[in-house]
Design a protein around this ligand. Sequence first.
Ligand SMILES: [Fe+2]
Ligand SMILES: [Fe+2]
Length: 245
Amino acid sequence: MAKTTEIAPDIYRISIFAPWGDLQFNHFLIKDQEPVLFHTGLRGMFAEVREAVSELSDPSDLRHISFSHFESDECGALNEWLAVAPQADVVCSQVGAIVSVNDFIGREARALADGELFVTGKYRFRYCQTPHLPHGWDAGVLFEETQKTLLCSDLFHQTGDVEPLTESDVVGRSHQAMLNYQGGILADYVPYTCLTSKNLQKLAELKPKTLAIMHGSSFRGDCAGALAELDQAFKQVFGRENATK
Ligand SMILES: [Fe+2]
Ligand SMILES: [Fe+2]
């Protein structure tokens, strides 16, 4: 059963815990004149997420569906959502649109360039292109500028059925989760590339107040500091000297 929490005004975190992965999958609905869904979720979770969305707003009213990169937990249920809300546009990177999304949905996605804005009523979203962060050529994140919420996908990944929102050490938990993954098939989660620090720095400069995180607790507090610390954690776990291969 999905658990819904308003982590910032009008930003709802719809969380499903998957015991098979000891992992939460979080989907974010932003209520506004033009509602936004960030992360469609897995196709197998569609019915449950739709049910949770319908308690907040009519799913057919969705106007924007967005995600970070082309993976099942980000956008596996995209076609199911478009069947429910056919007038919604699909907001993704230009690379994502050309390489995967246009073909997957059978129509043109709304491909945004780095820094491009769209307004949904009260709220204003900036698309931030972050190639290979958290992973994938097509990766990017969305920043809601009026409340300074960063919808940051797999960044700050934590395991366990944790609380919806924390103000404590989110980086320490995430660092430990990544270290634990290094021993198994989920090793090398985030490539540490020549762009990693630059991408994280760019996000820190936005000075977010809240981090809306796909796996684990969302975070409120010193987000710029957390992004800088995350860079150090990534470097320590995934940097060349610690690479598994
Ligand atoms: Fe991912
Ligand atoms: Fe994910």
